[in-house]
Design a protein around this ligand. Structure first.
Ligand SMILES: [Ca+2]
Ligand SMILES: [Ca+2]
Ligand SMILES: [Ca+2]
Length: 242
């Protein structure tokens, strides 16, 4: 026991001597870094249909001090005549079916800091392209054009896929193509090509082209969902560790 104490004392003196030996003038410099990560965020913009439904007529009222004093009839507009797939014709240019499109918000809120992974950052604004095809029939074909806009800060490429359990019915063909005719995806063959890189603040225009086939049942209602996944451009096509 005594020997240990002595040893400890010797060590204390030894360290004290060392400290003395290294005391010297000095100066320190530092690395201070702040790291910000960007965001991957895409949305739909500028949706247009090739086959609008037209509008009904209505009375427009003229008011004088809040009292309606005059009314007149505003005529509605005709819907667009229906385009046809190969093998069908609509020489009379009849308007039978129509296709409406509007952009909505994804009802998806991920609390700040909740969970982990790339989907942590979500802004649902403009994430839904809602298409309604009314009174369809075999041979009817129409399309919607819309921009996929990159409103984040990281360039992306996009992949397309049907949402499992919400597939395109087998009596329709849906194609997603660009303005030059490059087909990115269709409901028969799946993914065919990736989109080009969409840089931050950039956008590409896609055409969602649809055709109703001759095996379509009457009085059917089908709903389907196609997911467009914007992936950071430098990881697209690279196998990700799970
Ligand atoms: Ca988004
Ligand atoms: Ca029409
Ligand atoms: Ca989203």
């Amino acid at each position: 026991m005594k020997r240990i104490k002595v040893l400890a004392l010797v060590l204390v003196f030894a360290f004290a001597a060392l400290g003395g030996a290294y005391a010297a003038w000095s100066d320190s410099i530092f690395i201070n870094e702040t790291v910000n990560t960007g965001t991957v965020d895409i949305q739909w913009q500028n949706a247009k249909t090739s086959d609008g439904a037209g509008t009904g007529g209505y009375y427009k009222y003229i008011y004088f001090f809040g009292i309606p004093v005059w009314k007149y009839w505003v005529c509605g507009t005709n819907g667009d005549w229906d385009r046809q797939a190969d093998g069908y014709n609509n020489d009379g240019k009849l308007d039978v079916a129509s296709k409406l499109v509007e952009i909505g918000d994804e009802d998806e809120l991920v609390a700040e800091g909740a969970g982990a992974g790339p989907d942590n950052y979500v802004r649902g604004l403009g994430d839904l392209l809602e298409i309604t095809l009314d009174n369809g029939y075999p041979g009817y074909t129409a399309y919607v054009t819309a921009d996929i806009a990159n409103i984040g800060t990281i360039p992306v490429k996009c992949d397309f896929a049907e949402v499992v359990g919400s597939e395109v019915p087998e009596w329709m063909i849906v194609r997603i193509i660009d303005k030059d005719g490059v087909e990115y995806w269709n409901s028969v063959d799946g993914q065919l090509a990736a989109t080009p890189t969409i840089e931050a603040d950039g956008k590409i225009t896609v055409k969602i082209h649809e055709e109703i086939l001759d095996n379509a049942p009457q009085l059917a209602e089908a709903t389907f969902s196609i997911e467009v996944v914007g992936i950071q451009w430098n990881a697209h096509g690279v196998q990700q560790a799970q």
